[in-house]
Ligand binder design. Structure first.
Ligand code: F0G
Length: 351
């Protein structure tokens, strides 16, 4: 079994004594969505990060962060999270054999993610407050108690996450014209940018993509260019008002001629259903923000025709089935006999 530490060892800060952990992260599908692409007048690819071991892109950074923590003799790891970071931290800490503490905003984490952290053996603390407050506490715990912080303030996290940009470029043979990505704490967009820059500096690609970040309207500090004190969105993964990597992300957007855009919760949920019902891809709400954004830009005539876009679907739809099934028709109940089934299928042999 190999993962990103094996595949991209030349590009990562590994030493002879870095343990090569893996749960099989990375190497996720880059799917071409013909139907939706045609509708939008672009060549559309999606990077299905929900196929990672814990169902999100976080595994790419966590495998490196926890391996380095082991190398440096860490006692335990700690993180704040809207859910995916904690699921990933719990998994890699468990594989590494060290304790993991996670701080989650109370009542605002999808059930699948909560289940992952708990079952994977993390000590789960539910913080009465939002993600930004939980992160302040996690930083304090790492500083005052000597726990290793595995949020993206830990540089190894974003270094590992660069591997997603390398995979996109490896597969397309070039960078796409646009990289469309959901933005919460702004780490992942920063990591993709750094990944493309690394490849450009090594002469593997010629151009950088426009870095296009998408936020939820109720949690869009980078669009508004100010902190959002009480962020709110159905896409709880990106319910963040004070992004730690905001400055770097803004620079990435500026340097590449990209930008930040907001989409509404209902646009996010519509995009989720469209992706699922017309393309067979079930991604969590936050992941659907860039797709919602592309649809909106197209409607407003601001999506250039014929460009090649890679959208990052950051997390698996199964993590948050509560949100996904809201307002969806209940299954049709039938008796366990043939007549009931035939009737339900309206099957008429004479037609
Ligand atoms: N998509 C998903 C599914 C996420 O879980 C996150 C962040 C993002 C997008 C945004 O990425 O923060 O690097 O801009 N989740 C973090 C967490 C905050 O705790 O799991 P970002």
């Amino acid at each position: 079994m190999s993962g990103i530490l094996q595949r991209y060892s030349d590009f990562l800060p590994l030493t002879a004594s870095t343990p090569r952990l893996t749960l099989g992260e990375g190497n996720t599908p880059l799917l071409k969505l013909r139907r939706l692409g045609e509708k939008l007048g672009i060549e559309l690819f999606v990077k299905v990060e929900g196929m990672n071991p814990t169902g999100s892109f976080k595994d790419r950074g966590m495998v490196l962060a926890v391996s380095k923590a082991l190398e440096e003799g860490a006692r335990a790891v700690v993180c704040a999270s809207t859910g995916n970071t904690s699921a990933s931290a719990a998994a890699y800490a468990s594989a590494a054999g060290i304790p993991c503490f996670v701080l989650l905003p109370a009542g605002k984490v999808a059930m699948g993610k909560l289940a992952q952290a708990a079952v994977l053996g993390a000590r789960v603390l539910s913080v009465r407050g939002n993600f930004d407050q939980a992160l302040d506490l996690a930083v304090r715990a790492s500083r005052d108690l000597g726990l290793t912080l595995v949020n993206s303030l830990n540089p190894y996290r974003l270094w590992g996450q660069r591997s997603a940009a390398w995979e996109v470029a490896d597969e397309l043979g070039e960078a796409p014209d646009w990289l469309a990505i959901p933005v919460g704490n702004a780490g992942n967009i920063t990591a993709y940018f750094a990944g493309f820059v690394t490849y450009k500096n090594r002469g593997i690609i010629r151009n950088l993509p426009r870095m296009m970040g998408f936020q939820a309207e109720g949690a869009c500090p980078l669009v508004r260019k100010e902190t959002v004190v009480n962020p709110e969105t159905v896409a709880t993964a990106i319910r963040i008002g004070r992004p730690v990597s905001g400055k770097k992300a803004s620079a990435a957007a500026r340097i590449t001629g990209g930008g930040f855009y907001a989409v509404t919760d209902s646009e996010i949920l519509e995009a989720q259903r469209l992706l699922a019902s017309s393309e067979g891809v079930f991604a969590e709400p936050a992941s659907c923000a860039p797709v919602a954004g592309l649809i909106r830009l197209h409607r407003e005539g601001r999506l250039p025709r014929g460009i090649r876009v890679a959208a990052v679907l950051t997390g698996n739809g199964l993590k948050d089935t509560e949100t996904a099934t809201r307002g969806i028709a209940e299954p049709v109940e039938i008796e366990g006999n043939w007549d009931s089934l035939k009737e339900a299928l309206s099957w008429n042999p004479s037609v």
